[in-house]
Design a protein around this ligand. Structure first.
Ligand code: THU
Length: 164
């Protein structure tokens, strides 16, 4: 038996003012994108904004449904939109923020499991890390250098063998 350990490095910032101008702008965009959410059931609005390799920005927000499992998270709305609007263009960075009726938006949230799997699909597809900036409307911010770090031992197309 060989014990192994999984750990990764990420950055913690005290506030949005400590980010670079470009990162602060992207997080600000994500905060603004929360207003585009359709969340009449959870009353929890998530906003995301991506910066693509071509310099374009693409937004996403959660889109819920009366049939609850049909709803989509902001991250997957964003990834599908980016891939449709700019096919073949890698995503550099995604900022994610939120607000909610029953929460104070003063700490980072991080993507759900399905969204982590989807983010890793895009990283694998473009062989390019997707950096995440996670923060509320105020408070600490986490910068994760690569989405796949949030999904250790993830399943990818490589596991399906040659040609995938
Ligand atoms: N949600 C997101 O959009 N992104 C996340 O990272 C976590 C959760 C949405 C799904 C649902 O519409 C609402 O937040 C409450 O779970």
């Amino acid at each position: 038996m060989n014990p192994e350990k999984y750990s990764f490095d990420f950055e913690v910032y005290h506030s949005i003012n400590d980010l670079s101008a470009a990162d602060a702008e992207l997080l600000h965009d994500a905060q603004a994108a929360t207003t585009m959410a359709y969340a009449p059931y959870s009353h929890f609005q998530v906003g995301a904004m991506a910066l693509l390799a071509n310099g374009k920005k693409v937004a996403g927000s959660n889109q819920e449904n009366a049939s609850y499992p049909v709803g989509l998270c902001a991250e997957r709305v964003l990834l599908s939109a980016a891939s449709s609007l700019y096919p073949g263009i890698p995503i550099h960075t995604i900022a994610i923020s939120y607000q909610g009726e029953s929460v104070v938006s003063n700490r980072p949230i991080s993507p759900c499991g399905i969204c982590r799997q989807t983010l890793v699909e895009y990283e694998t597809r473009f062989k390019h890390p997707i950096r995440l900036i996670l923060g509320g409307k105020e408070g600490k911010i986490w910068v994760i250098p690569q989405s796949g770090l949030l999904l250790p031992f993830g399943f990818t197309g490589d596991d399906l063998g040659e040609g995938n």
